[in-house]
Design a protein around this ligand. Structure first.
Ligand code: DAH
Length: 340
């Protein structure tokens, strides 16, 4: 029994020595001194001993228990000390290290353009309308008075999801949604993403951005269109900017026009930005076609209105003098970080 107890003590001391973390120290205590611990069990066997042996072994057992307990508390102190030291080491600050840089982001130039446009039109009393990018073909074409056989409907130009669902090719279907859902007077803009089957190059992308505008009220005329869009151009490109309206053709407006602005770079003299013409084409516009009003549930004898649509990517490229459309979509930080 004596030998057995001494072996138990040696095993326990080795175990204690191996403990490296405070959390596992208690496991050793339980293993030897716990209710079902090895020493406790060994002592239960003392009943079998002779009356001479019992006090001797009892004394030894007590000594061993004390020794183990002392060792446990010594090991505990040691480990506590080690942990505190490790913590201090970890938390100390090396003042000679370079500081951590917090990178401040900036808005994408396209976002800046959209924000500027919104600001201008909100200031003129417009509100913002939204529509889905996956759109009913009838909203993208039919309600906008686009003929059944028009080439824009071709598979080469439009991404069809199924016969009657497309990726919208323009923001104009939002006009339809607004006219069908709300009562005039209406004054909305709608910026967003549009899609066309184009190969990617410096001036084309299958996904790009437009902003639509629509005004419907009693007695709206072409002068309202010209006044509004001229003011918009002056706010975006500067007071000195002049505008010019060239006749054009859109199915959803009659009459239709394209608006040019004097080049903000050369003021109209001619330079690289405006390809030496002095003018930059900015948007398409016109008086909303009576057919469109009718198809959207608005009586053309009571109401009239104008609409416009502009390419946001083109405006952004022109404004910043960027020559390749792809830069807007590649998310290269070396490019984007220049717009801080
Ligand atoms: N949706 C036309 C396009 O993608 C742009 C446009 C022109 C919109 C005239 C209009 C408009 O609302 O009146 O080319």
């Amino acid at each position: 029994m004596e030998l057995e107890l001494k072996q138990l003590r040696d095993r326990c001391l080795t175990d204690l020595n191996d403990v490296e973390e405070l959390k596992t120290l208690d496991n050793v205590r339980i293993k030897y001194l716990g209710k079902k611990g090895e020493l406790t069990i060994a002592l239960k066997g003392m009943g079998k001993l002779s009356s001479e042996e019992r006090p001797i072994i009892g004394k030894l057992a007590n000594e061993i228990r004390e020794e183990i307990e002392n060792n446990i508390s010594a090991q505990k102190q040691l480990l506590e000390h080690k942990e505190i030291e490790a913590q201090i080491r970890e938390e100390s600050i090396d003042v000679s290290l370079p500081g951590k840089k917090h990178l401040a982001g900036n808005l994408h130039p396209l976002t800046t353009t959209v924000n500027e446009l919104k600001e201008i039109f909100l200031g003129m009393g417009f509100s913002i309308a939204e529509g889905p990018e996956i759109e009913w073909a009838k909203y993208n074409f039919d309600y906008l008075n686009v003929p059944q056989d028009h080439s824009a409907r071709d598979l080469q130009d439009t991404f069809y999801y199924q016969d009657d669902i497309v990726l919208r090719t323009q923001t104009s279907p939002v006009q339809v949604r607004v006219m069908q859902e709300q009562k005039p007077p209406l004054r909305i803009i709608s910026p967003g993403r549009v899609y066309r089957c184009d190969e990617i190059d410096a001036t084309h992308s299958p996904v790009f951005h437009q902003m639509e505008g629509l005004v419907i009220d009693k007695g709206i005329t072409m002068s309202d269109l010209k006044g509004t869009l001229d003011l918009f151009a002056k706010k975006l490109f500067g007071e000195q900017t002049k505008t010019k309206f060239r006749p054009h053709q859109f199915y959803f407006t009659e009459p239709s026009a394209e608006m040019d602005v004097t080049c903000f770079k050369c003021g109209g003299v001619g330079c690289k930005v405006c390809s030496n013409t002095g003018w930059i084409e900015i948007l398409g516009c016109g008086m909303v076609h009576p057919n469109v009003l009718r198809l959207c549930g608005i009586d053309p004898d009571e109401y009239s209105g104008f609409a416009f649509g502009m390419g946001l990517d083109r405006i952004t490229l022109t404004k910043y003098g960027i020559t390749d459309l792809r830069l807007l979509f590649e998310n290269d930080l070396r490019f984007l970080a220049q717009f801080k």
